[in-house]
Design a protein around this ligand. Structure first.
Ligand SMILES: [Zn+2]
Ligand SMILES: [Zn+2]
Length: 355
């Protein structure tokens, strides 16, 4: 470890550009692993920390970034040595695996969970240190069709909607309505379609709707300038055309916007399941009793259970999910420019920062 030098781009204060700094290079502690970063995806959450007033759990200065793939370079006591040298995806939320919640199978609500770039230094760096228990080795099938940096987005942009779709119990013949076909929503579209659902994508952006069609959406509905009532009518008419049921829709709110959430809730029908996947600080007035009257369910998910990651990477390896057309590579040294561009909606794909 003697010559190892670690460089990270740190958030020092809200609204300030990230600063490139040298970090102490320590051997990993017991149960931990040092990962050399191949790529770290830029998430809306990073932008929320830096520019939108959301607080990180660890104090500043902090290296952001929680969507990481890379190679394990060293492990601490109690971690299998075979992990060294392996390509891995680092789940965005790493539970402890031993507390009461974890032992009850409720790993996503583990109170001792570690989220890189929130609880400790994250992936906008040459290396990061993380708990080793849930690192997910990347199968050869996925590496045959993808470069390792591209698979970084599996850590959040792919896995979080995967968890939502799995929890919603999406099955063949279901109607799935995905609100927002952006960085998270486009994956939700393809995961729901690959699960056998008739998927209807809703967005205000015509280009995103066009893209959703090529990722498995059976129909698309533009929300641009459309009233809530008309939008509901348009979705209902598409469902009819597809021969889908008029009840028990699976609705996925992935836009993380107040209008998106209002739209999603307005689509809740008898037996519906509404998944809250996107995040916003904005508030919305709702008639919550609709859930009672319609015998409907609304549920959120905080990240993804790491036990689902091997299956997700198998889907990628088998070509059931596409990742490479939805990412673009940027140099880590250009991170401040990339954040600006992403914040102003100027990027066509999810940015992955490569050291
Ligand atoms: Zn994220
Ligand atoms: Zn735990």
């Amino acid at each position: 470890m003697g010559e190892l030098s670690i460089t990270g781009w740190m958030m020092t204060a809200a609204q300030k550009p990230l600063e490139k700094r040298a970090l102490p290079a320590k051997p990993p502690a017991a149960g931990e692993a040092l990962v050399e970063v191949a790529g770290c995806g830029l998430c809306h959450t990073d932008i929320s920390f830096l520019l939108l007033g959301v607080k990180t759990r660890a104090e500043l200065p902090l290296v952001l970034g929680h969507e990481v793939s890379g190679h394990v370079r060293a492990v601490g006591d109690g971690v299998a040595g075979e992990l060294v040298g392996k390509p891995v995806v680092v789940p965005a939320v790493l539970p402890c695996g031993t507390c009461d919640a974890c032992r009850a199978g409720l790993r996503t609500i583990c109170k001792r969970q570690i989220m890189p770039g929130n609880d400790r230094h994250g992936g906008f760096a040459t290396h990061l240190t993380v708990p080793a228990k849930y690192l997910c080795p990347v199968p050869a099938s996925a590496l045959a069709t993808h470069e390792l940096w591209q698979l970084s987005v599996v850590a959040d942009a792919v896995s979080t909607p995967f968890m939502a779709v799995r929890r919603a119990g999406v099955a063949k013949g279901d109607v799935a309505v995905v609100i927002g076909a952006g960085g998270i929503g486009i994956h939700c579209v393809q995961i729901a379609a690959a699960s056998g659902a008739r998927v209807i994508a809703v967005d205000v952006d015509a280009a995103k709707l066009e893209q959703a069609k090529s990722f498995g959406a059976a129909a698309v509905v533009s929300a641009a300038g459309v009233s809530e009532k008309d939008l509901r009518g348009a979705v209902t008419s598409e469902v009819k055309k597809l021969g889908g049921p008029s009840f028990a829709w699976k609705i996925f709110e992935t836009s993380g916007t107040r209008p998106g959430q209002a739209t999603a809730f307005s689509l809740v029908n008898h037996g519906a399941y509404m998944a809250v996947v996107g995040f916003t600080m904005d508030k919305l007035e709702l008639r919550v009793s609709n859930l009672m009257a319609f015998d409907a369910t609304m549920r959120g998910n905080w990240g993804c259970d790491p036990e689902l990651y091997p299956e997700i990477l198998d889907w990628v390896g088998a070509g059931r999910l596409q990742v490479s057309p939805l990412v673009e590579r940027h140099r880590l040294d250009e991170i401040n420019e990339v954040i600006e561009a992403a914040h102003h909606g100027k990027l066509k794909a999810r940015a992955v920062l490569v050291p």
